[in-house]
Write a protein of this length. Sequence first.
Length: 134
Amino acid sequence: MTPKGLAEDWAALVSHVHQNQSDLVLLPEMPFARWVMLDNQVSPLRWLEFVKQHDEWMQHLPQLSPAAVFSTRPVIQNGRWFNEAFLWDEEAVTAPFTIKLTFQTNPVFGKPPGTTAGLSSSSLPTPASGRRDF
């Protein structure tokens, strides 16, 4: 489900970016669909729809050109769910910037801790808050 008012907000953002000749647009984390983790009922089918909605809205990024766009998007790699940060530019280059641990590592979703890039979540540095659910 697309967030209510997204189309209207997008049109306003495009207008603002062009009027102000912005060089960079920083969008919120995974901005193009209703936050799938709100009701703690994430399923593979819902995650796939979450990915699809983001893929569809990312087709609108050229409207912000020539500004570069930095944000994140949900992805599926090797059957695992990730939140991938990316930098998009006017040449339609979407460069992955970093990838977060899978959402399955969050105990709210009842999944065992996962790994990424050969690191287990327990081997990552612990922020001052003591939490690793970043």
